[in-house]
Design a protein around this ligand. Structure first.
Ligand SMILES: *[C@@H]1O[C@H](CO)[C@@H](O)[C@H](O)[C@H]1NC(C)=O
Ligand SMILES: *[C@@H]1O[C@H](CO)[C@@H](O)[C@H](O)[C@H]1NC(C)=O
Ligand SMILES: *[C@@H]1O[C@H](CO)[C@@H](O)[C@H](O)[C@H]1NC(C)=O
Length: 428
């Protein structure tokens, strides 16, 4: 049932094409294939997860509040540039199985033998980033609905947050999950001591989309650039902290439409359809702009003091063929100077920053993770997206996840920064 059971997708790049631009490079094709698989995974979901997740009510006594603030404040610090420094145990803060992370990101359970990827912390160039403080987070978010909207990277960050909070023994429970077994598109957790809810809204393009996002056997995406995806936009007025995180799906073959009127605006990476190639930078920009307008535009936004955050693009690290078992097998971060942010990744990052700046002065926060994520090729599940992948020897071909992050892992850093952004907002 998992996407990796599907026959390989062959494909939109069959014919000889002129080398028009960066989009048609070979690397891009390989990456695109790999991403298609990952992004469309229906989680294989171990049975214990599927059954027990809903019923679980964690009721360990709260450790209470006021164990110190987030420290350091957030004012003016630029978290985007810095380096990973050795810090033994820094990311060993929870057991992913105990807080029910997606099975394919539960690297420890899946048998990943090396654990050094948990021993690093991000040191910004010009300030300190305090370790995550669950009490401080819940205090900063008291009575609020924290919603992560976007693709599976948004979910990756939401699950990290829930685990970080749960690890500090705050009682919580899963209060909603989508009915479809094995999916994690719309989940919600409650932390009743502080009246905080944390939600995930799966909307890989932010705007309305059909085709592949709904049905993996369809070969491309159909994206309606003038209409926001329904579920999250219907709930937008209930969101007090909205974290938008998207990007990877835009790389895949797509037809872009106007919903009203249904005319084709253009395509990305579908030359056989004989429509204008429009790439994906402008659709990505459009989707973010519309989402910010929705979140900032309503009367409820001002009344409730909504905090809107855009997470920048977090790159994948496929280094070999997508199904080579060693395509992301590194066990250390890149050294300073060893890796730069890629051109496309950097452009997506810039677009998010520009749209945040243009939306409304200082009302949109940017959670700029592109650089820090680029430096962590070791943080992905790789073949440990599968449980005990080498139990029967090393297979020649095996799907790897070089896109999401192991939980616990470096995506916890995203939430360390998110906490500082919330503290800064509170102080304003
Ligand atoms: C993590 O939690 C699971 C389920 O609660 C448990 O079976 C497992 O032993 C734990 N792992 C570690 C390393 O504590
Ligand atoms: C998914 O798409 C395939 C191919 O277009 C189609 O045959 C199938 O009926 C679709 N499945 C669902 C559940 O819509
Ligand atoms: C593709 O579009 C061009 C310009 O609109 C048209 O001249 C051509 O006949 C079309 N080709 C096909 C195969 O539809």
């Amino acid at each position: 049932m998992g996407a990796y059971d599907e026959p390989p997708l062959r494909h939109h790049h069959g014919g000889v094409q002129p080398i028009r631009d960066i989009f048609t490079s070979l690397i891009y094709v390989a990456l695109c294939l790999a991403l298609l698989y990952l992004l469309c995974l229906t989680p294989r979901g171990s049975p214990e997860n599927a059954v027990s997740a809903m019923l679980r009510h964690v009721t360990i006594a709260s450790s209470g509040e006021g164990r110190g603030g987030g420290g350091g404040g957030g004012g003016g610090c630029d978290y985007s540039e810095g380096r990973w420094v050795a810090a033994a145990g820094h990311a060993r803060r929870y057991n992913g199985t105990a807080c029910d992370v997606k099975g394919s990101e539960d690297c420890a359970r899946n048998g990943r033998p090396d654990t050094g990827y948990l021993d690093w912390r991000w040191r910004p160039a010009s300030c300190e980033l305090p370790a995550f403080d669950a009490a401080a987070f819940l205090a900063a978010a008291r009575g609020r609905h924290v919603a992560f909207v976007g693709d599976s990277m948004a979910r990756n960050q939401a699950e990290s947050l829930v685990c970080l909070l749960a690890a500090a023994a705050f009682p919580y429970r899963l209060v909603y999950r989508d009915r479809e077994p094995g999916t994690r598109k719309f989940w919600r957790w409650a932390f009743p001591t502080h009246g905080v809810t944390v939600s995930v809204y799966w909307a890989p393009f932010l705007v309305m989309a059909a085709g592949r996002p709904e049905n993996f056997s369809v070969q491309h995406n159909l994206v309606y650039l003038d209409t926001l995806a329904e579920r999250w936009s219907a709930d937008a007025d209930t969101m007090d902290v909205a974290v938008i995180s998207t990007g990877h799906w835009f790389w895949n073959p797509t037809v872009y439409y106007h919903h009203n009127g249904g005319e084709v605006l253009g395509v990305h990476n579908l030359p056989e359809l004989n429509h204008t190639e429009i790439g994906f930078f402008s659709p990505y920009r459009e989707a973010i702009r519309m989402s910010l307008e929705r979140l900032l535009g309503s009367a409820a936004a001002g009344r409730r003091g909504r905090t809107v955050v855009v997470t920048t693009f977090s790159p994948a690290h496929f280094e070999k063929e997508w199904d080579d078992p060693a395509t992301c097998a590194r066990t250390r971060p890149y050294e300073d100077g060893e890796k730069e942010v890629g051109g496309i990744e950097g452009e997506l990052r810039s677009i998010a920053i520009e749209e945040a700046a243009a939306a409304a002065r200082s009302r949109v926060e940017v959670l700029d993770v592109t650089r820090l994520a680029t430096m962590r090729p070791d943080g992905h599940p790789g073949v440990y997206m599968h449980r005990d992948p080498f139990a029967r020897g090393v297979p020649e071909r095996l799907q790897s996840d070089c896109l999401h992050f192991c939980l616990p892992g470096q995506v916890d850093t995203f939430n360390e920064i998110l906490l500082q952004l919330l503290i800064k907002k509170k102080q304003q």
